[in-house]
Design a protein around this ligand. Structure first.
Ligand code: ASP
Ligand code: MG
Length: 450
């Protein structure tokens, strides 16, 4: 069987929904499961609704919700023209969801508080609406189809906003409820899950890709296809380098590093479920389905024997925290005392470099910075630098050739490098530079080493 995941732009209007369903229809014999994101920009709008609700601004919140409802109704009318019965059913189903949500938002506006739990419930609307459009249009096309609520089988903990998968609960439920068969299309929502007690959760922004590989792994899919609006994973961000190239293949490890260090094409967790069973994950363009896209698979399944750098990613809004303590000279437990502070506030550290009395780490989330500062300053001097960026070079056996580093540093001659992590893995070299120098660094590296 196949899992096909379609991103927000692939379901962004009636035309795209039609293209998406045509792609699914062309593989009906392979028992497809279609996982969909919300229509493009809808989740962002729901985030804004939550901000208005927090501020007690009912009029603005309702306005946005109405706009979301209207845009879905409009697409429904376009898709279900001449299918009066289906249009009627689809309209009531869409309205039921938006009306319920609107009542909830009214309550939130009154108390001026959106709890983490309500936030996830609010954000779940986008995927629940988009999958209704897909489902009714599939019926109008005469496809044998069922629509499943992902919250019935994607089980998570209760870290709302970024819930962690409970695999042992989810996989058996997926096998039980997502019964795919040749000639039939199953449609479900990406991004959504629920706790053991059925409370709605979300897997983190962009999490629909992850939903797709979770379902793919539970069902031992032949492959998972991530359908998006670019031709595949590229050598770097084409908005920075217009001649960036599509990569025909990339390993799980390389793709995970690129996603983690800023490449936007797939969600960083996407690879995890696929690796265990070695399920290939394809990234393809809904606008140009004839192109082959990028295949993400294990090193050993790939054709080429390539070595060296493959792609470059950049990540902005990085903060460097340097912890310095001479008291710790020769003392053991220094790193432990530092990291237990990060652990206490659940702040994840990306890069790290150490000397005898200093430890520098980068973080991309400043939510708990005040508390971190307070706790770390009890035993050390701190310096905090912001407006930095990480540039990451990803490839295979990067350090097997001596001139790799030579080329990297000669490319970066004119750009001050603040921190380097080299050798931690031979598939990634990450450097911290000023945010204002990120594009120049990517350009210089792309030219010199790829
Ligand atoms: N709709 C969600 C978001 O915009 C999830 C996704 O698209 O993957 O973050
Ligand atoms: Mg996405």
């Amino acid at each position: 069987m196949l899992v096909l995941k379609f991103g927000g732009t692939s379901v962004g209007n009636a035309d795209m929904i039609e293209k998406t369903l045509n792609i699914a229809q062309s593989v009906l014999s392979k028992s497809p499961v279609l996982v969909s994101s919300a229509m493009t920009t809808v989740t962002d709008k729901l985030v804004s609704v939550s901000k208005y609700a927090n501020a007690g601004n009912l009029a603005e919140a309702q306005d946005l919700l109405l706009g979301i409802e209207e845009s879905h109704l409009k697409v429904a009318r376009e898709l279900l023209d001449k299918h009066d019965q289906l249009l009627g059913d689809c309209t009531s189903a869409l309205r039921k969801l938006t009306t319920d949500l609107s009542a909830m938002v009214k309550g939130l506006c009154l108390i001026r508080e959106v709890s983490a739990r309500s936030y996830d419930m609010l954000l779940s609307l986008g995927e629940r609406l988009s999958t209704l459009l897909l489902y009714y249009r599939a019926r109008a096309k005469g496809i044998s189809v069922s629509l499943l609520d992902a919250r019935e089988f994607i089980k998570t903990d209760d870290q709302f906003g970024c819930a962690q998968l409970k695999k042992d609960l989810s996989y058996p439920l997926i096998r039980q409820k997502v019964v795919s068969k040749p000639g039939h299309l199953i449609i479900t929502q990406g991004f959504l899950g629920s706790t053991e007690h059925g409370v709605t959760t979300t897997l983190g922004r962009g999490g629909s890709d992850y939903s797709a590989t979770i379902i793919g792994a539970a069902l031992a899919a032949e492959s998972v296809e991530i359908w998006t609006d670019v031709d595949g994973i590229m050598t770097t961000d084409p908005r920075i380098i217009s001649h960036a190239r599509v990569l025909p293949e990339i390993s799980y490890g390389e793709a995970a590093e690129l996603a983690f260090f800023g490449a936007k094409v797939i969600h960083p967790s996407t690879i995890v479920p696929a690796v265990e069973l070695g399920i290939p994950v394809w990234v393809k363009n809904t606008h140009r389905p004839q192109l082959s896209g990028t295949c993400i698979s294990s090193d050993k399944d790939q054709d080429s024997q390539r070595q060296g750098p493959l792609a470059i990613a950049g990540k902005k809004n990085i903060t460097l925290i340097t912890v310095r303590s001479t008291r710790m000279l020769n003392a053991s437990g220094f790193l432990d005392s530092i990291f237990s502070v990060f652990e206490k506030y659940k702040v994840s550290v990306d890069l790290i470099a150490t000397s005898e009395v200093c430890v520098s780490v980068t973080v991309d989330n400043l939510q708990h910075i005040k508390s971190l500062k307070h706790d770390l300053e009890k035993f050390s001097e701190l310096s905090i630098e912001s407006e930095l960026a990480i540039v990451s070079v990803v490839g295979r056996n990067l350090y097997s050739s001596n001139d790799f580093l030579l080329k990297v540093f000669s490319a970066l001659q004119a750009i001050p490098v603040r921190l380097i992590t080299m050798g931690a893995s031979d598939i990634n070299l990450s450097l911290v530079v000023a945010q204002s120098a990120l594009n120049a660094a990517i350009e210089a590296l792309h030219k010199n080493i790829l």
